[in-house]
Design a protein around this ligand. Structure first.
Ligand code: ATP
Ligand code: MG
Length: 571
């Protein structure tokens, strides 16, 4: 491609709405364009990257015997009502009506649609297993769309669904996908970890998230260097660490704590450690109020709470001041476990083992000391609610856990029969008995992967694409386009490299060399071959985007190096 002819517009300034490198660079390099918040279009070079990632995904999915199809993005409500998710999915789903007032949605995911196809077309064990996938645009009206392609409202996803005869079959399908995903992200040039994950709104039993390590990631993973434990912090089980279990239970005491509303305030005022205080958090779940009790030095893991309550995520909200007053009879900041009226109480599993705790008295400006479980308060549900933190004991081997930030680029789930039961996806086995299909589902954020690769591969000057997904492999920069010799040599290199199977960009624009170098860096083409004054001697400059060194080489040496470099890292 000749750059003089290419539809290509870079931005000189950093776009004000962009905060992270991938978002800034994708906009600046003219690879994406924003339509409205969270909705982007792909420009020629950006779209080439998307197609490359898609191609890698296709090759690895096909290698595992998965077959590509393409379903509609628009989906009828009835299927979602059958699975029970029309209601559970909440405001993240884009909903619409047709002219006859029939309900539809723009697919945020496709479990129902694929299950519907399979149940109507497969009836015998001989037709199983099947793994179907698609690469398609998904729609989610995210609460906080941000960071460009990272969390958008319209995005490209590869989603696959496996249907097996039994759990053993699912285990195999799942393993295959785990393997395919590892290969896909490796080929895309990502540094990633596969970690145990929560199953969230999709449901099911086991799940792994593929997390690209990055400081800007919204996800946090916990891992252990002494054993193989690795999980998202949402998922990570925490070890109870009660102490003072043999303390004598002291008499309950009401203490005056004027204006002391936070755990820190109370700890300081009463001169007690934070881990001897109970934090009481009040939530609203539709019409119900729920009190959550956890030790003062711990953070609540909302995912664990949602799972314990068995509710969809969007139904959980903090109780407002009036509600707090109503159920506690006190101002916010003085809630505690005693005498809560009409409130369900969920207790972190550590608390019942702790003695003589302090908590709000449900009276403004008062706290209670020496609260003991069983004697002074009780809970409706007792469960681990702790959010994993750096240094907490590993749930497997008790060594200290480490945390890292990351971007979730893919997730795989063992769905089991979560959809096949309500939707009646059944088959007849060898003995003509009716059996339920066992499902798995597997997603990759294709557009998010593109952003994640940039987060891991950029510098102050721009993107540094790995050759495997670069929009072009080589850029031939002509220093002076009015020089006939330079033009001719560039054309030869362009033709030869193209013939060798590389994708080549030729910067033949009538611009200063400095501008061209800047653009080449910004768009991140892995190899730059500069044709300048020494064209008359058949010499060029060779530079890798990821290195600063510029080497003078003969034309054929430069081409050979470019070919070797691109093919060896292409995998
Ligand atoms: P997240 O927790 O980040 O919202 P998710 O768990 O809801 O992700 P899945 O339903 O598992 O995501 O979707 C499969 C993949 O699609 C994710 O692993 C991610 O890479 C991608 N993805 C999900 N939501 C978005 C989004 N809003 N924008 C871009 N990619 C997304
Ligand atoms: Mg999500």
């Amino acid at each position: 491609m000749k750059m003089s002819k290419m539809y290509f517009h870079t931005l000189r300034e950093n776009p004000s709405e962009a905060e992270i490198p991938s978002h800034i660079l994708l906009l600046r390099a003219g690879m994406i364009r924003k339509l409205v918040s969270g909705i982007y279009g792909f420009m020629p070079m950006g779209f080439r990257v998307i197609r490359k990632i898609e191609q890698i995904v296709r090759e690895e999915m096909d290698a595992k015997g998965a077959q590509e199809i393409l379903m509609s993005a628009i989906q009828p409500a009835e299927l979602w009502q059958e699975s029970g998710r029309w209601y559970a999915y909440g405001p993240e789903m884009f909903r619409l009506k047709d002219r006859n007032e029939r309900d539809f949605c723009l697919g945020p995911t496709h479990e129902e649609i694929f299950t519907d196809i399979i149940r109507s077309e497969i009836s015998s064990h001989k037709q199983l297993p099947v793994n179907l996938y698609q690469i398609q645009t998904k729609y989610r009206d995210e609460k906080r769309p941000r960071f460009g392609l990272m969390r958008s409202r319209e995005f490209i996803m590869k989603d696959a669904y496996s249907f097996d005869k039994d759990w053993e079959g699912l285990d195999k399908s799942y393993e295959d996908m785990y393997d395919a995903y590892s290969r896909i992200f490796t080929r895309c040039g990502l540094e990633f970890r596969a970690v145990e994950a929560d199953t969230g709104a999709i449901g099911g039993s086991d799940s792994h998230e593929f997390t690209a390590l990055s400081e800007v990631g919204e996800g946090v993973i916990a891992y252990c260097e002494q054993c193989d434990f690795a999980a998202t912090t949402e998922r990570a089980a925490c070890v109870d660490e009660p102490f003072g279990e043999n303390e004598t239970e002291l008499p309950l005491e009401e203490v005056f704590t004027p204006g002391k509303k936070t755990i820190d305030d109370v700890a300081e005022f009463l001169n007690i450690p934070k881990n001897k205080i109970i934090k009481t958090l009040l939530f609203k779940v539709e019409d119900e109020v729920v009190a959550v009790l956890i030790r003062g030095d711990r953070e609540l893991n909302e995912t664990k709470l949602i799972n314990a309550l068995g509710i969809p995520e969007h139904l959980l909200e903090f109780a407002d001041e009036n509600t707090v007053k109503e159920v506690t009879g006190a101002d916010t900041g003085f809630a505690g476990p005693r005498r809560l009226i009409g409130v369900r109480v969920i207790i972190d599993s550590e608390l019942p083992k702790m003695k003589n705790m302090t908590a709000g008295a449900n009276i403004t400006d008062y706290h209670l000391k020496n609260l003991n479980y069983g004697r002074d308060y009780e809970g409706d549900i007792i469960v681990d609610l702790k959010l994993m933190a750096e240094g907490y004991p590993c749930p497997k081997c008790h060594a200290e856990v480490k945390l890292a930030r990351g971007i979730e680029v893919g997730q795989i789930f063992k769905l089991g029969t979560k959809y096949s039961v309500p939707m009646g996806a059944v088959y007849t086995d060898e003995n003509m008995e009716e059996k339920i299909m066992v499902m798995g589902c597997y997603g990759i954020g294709v557009s998010r992967t593109m952003a994640a690769v940039i987060e891991q591969n950029h510098d102050d000057n721009g993107i540094i694409w790995p050759p495997s997904i670069a929009p072009y492999h080589v850029i031939v920069t002509i220093v002076n386009t009015r020089d006939q010799q330079q033009m001719e040599l560039a054309e030869t290199i362009y033709a030869e490299l193209t013939k060798a199977g590389l994708e080549v960009l030729m910067d033949d624009r009538d611009e200063r060399a400095g501008v061209k170098f800047k653009d080449a860096d910004l768009i991140g083409i892995p190899v730059r071959i500069t044709v300048g004054k020494k064209a008359s001697e058949g010499k060029v400059e060779y530079k890798l985007r990821k290195e600063s060194e510029i080497i003078e080489l003969t034309t054929s040496e430069a081409m050979e190096r470019a070919i070797t470099f691109c093919f060896s890292s292409k995998m």
